[in-house]
Ligand binder design. Structure first.
Ligand code: NAP
Ligand code: ZN
Ligand code: ZN
Length: 352
């Protein structure tokens, strides 16, 4: 395959785990026959961006450009593109390619494909270079990995659906969260607040666990029926053995055994948070009552489109705080202090 020609676009990148993000010019491939070129209007700020920029998962190649909650407008399409035209409102999430032939791809579970290409931190086959994410003015993505944004949703508030949305929607669908169930969400950050909204929309009784007493009222406004301040042992004990399903969206080390004890017989705790260090698991809370501990990774392309359409129908978006691109380093520091209400979104016009 001949290497495509490239064009320059403005971005914010980081050159090492200890460097701040700073202005940079990066190269994107000129759109090929099946490619869509997108002017990025907004990009959400996921805690994964921070883990990746600081190499907390130990696979980052520098210079690195994070960002995988991308929304924008189509500016150019390749000759073979059939799903999109110039001017369409589109989204790109955590994936930009996969092998397209394995059983996972055939089943619309591209996130589990051994050949999946992440939006950042992956390998762009066309350029034989690391993929660079959405903290940039434009991106080029093959049309199969581009999503259609519902027309009625505010684009900036919908950006976080591309990761925080699908990551919480997918496990709840897989394990059939619904009416008559008691569901716990741990951590009221970007993922957690979407988890509360979906669990509520699916008809469950929703309990939010937080370490931040100042988030109690917000959690109720977002849809939680009950809120537990997790540092309070008495409040925790009151819920022992009562949950069908708990979604753990915490970004740092914490005691998951305290949550295992809150599950019913055959209850399931699903980890979506991805802390840098392993979490110790005690045997007894798992053994007694035959509880399960599971994990879940974002979602495939068909389910991501399904989630976006569901959000369009039910008017679900993220609660966002808009920032300029040059406020990203400060935003990361606030994210580390759990001071996000409830997702930062970068206004990419600030990069011009
Ligand atoms: P976030 O907005 O920073 O939220 C994380 C929340 O966790 C905080 O707001 C806080 O909530 C709680 N928290 C933070 N430190 C804590 C600690 N030491 N002990 C207990 N609770 C703590 O992060 P996010 O963007 O939602 O991402 C959450 C995690 O999910 C990250 O690790 C991210 O990499 C991962 N992730 C995974 C997937 C996937 O596919 N599985 C996809 C996206 C993100 P309270 O103030 O309410 O306690
Ligand atoms: Zn993410
Ligand atoms: Zn595959």
């Amino acid at each position: 395959m001949a290497t495509p020609t490239c064009y320059s676009t403005k971005a914010f990148s980081t050159s090492s785990a200890k460097s701040p993000l700073a202005p940079a010019t990066i190269q994107r491939r000129e759109p090929g026959a099946s490619d869509v070129q997108i002017e990025i209007l907004y990009c959400g700020v996921c805690h994964s961006d921070l883990h990746f920029a600081r190499d907390e998962w130990h696979f980052t190649q520098y210079p690195a450009v994070p960002g995988h909650e991308i929304v924008g407008r189509v500016t150019k399409v390749g000759s073979g593109v059939t799903k999109f035209k110039v001017g369409d409102s589109v989204g790109v999430g955590c994936l930009v390619d996969s092998c397209r032939t394995c059983a996972d791809c055939q089943n619309g579970l591209e996130q589990f494909c051994a050949g999946m290409v992440m939006t950042y931190g992956g390998m762009e086959k066309q350029l034989n270079a690391p993929t660079l994410g959405g903290y940039a003015q434009s991106i080029v993505v093959t049309e199969e990995f581009v999503l259609r944004m519902p027309a009625n949703l505010d684009l900036a508030a919908a950006a976080p659906l591309l990761c925080a949305g699908i990551t919480t929607y997918s496990p709840m669908k897989h394990w059939k969260v619904g009416a008559g169930q008691k569901v716990g969400i741990v951590g009221l950050g970007g993922l957690g607040h979407m988890g509360v909204k979906f669990a509520r929309a699916f008809g469950a009784h929703v309990v939010l666990f937080t370490t931040s007493p100042n988030k109690v009222e917000d959690a109720k406004r977002l849809g939680a029926h009950e809120v537990v301040v997790s540092k309070d042992e008495k409040q925790m004990a009151a819920h022992a053995g009562s949950f069908d399903f708990i979604l753990d969206a915490v970004s740092a080390e914490h005691d998951i055994n305290a949550y295992m004890n809150l599950l019913k017989r055959d209850g399931n705790l699903v980890l979506v948070g991805a802390p840098e260090k392993p979490l110790p698991v005690a045997a007894f809370p798992l053994l007694f009552r035959r509880r399960s501990l599971s994990g879940s990774l974002i979602g495939g392309l068909p389910e991501t489109q399904e989630m976006l359409d569901f959000c369009g129908q039910h008017n679900i978006t993220s609660d966002v705080e808009m920032i300029r691109m040059d406020q990203i380093n400060e935003a990361y520091e606030r994210m580390l202090k759990s001071d996000v209400k409830y997702r930062f979104v970068i206004d990419m016009a600030s990069l011009k």
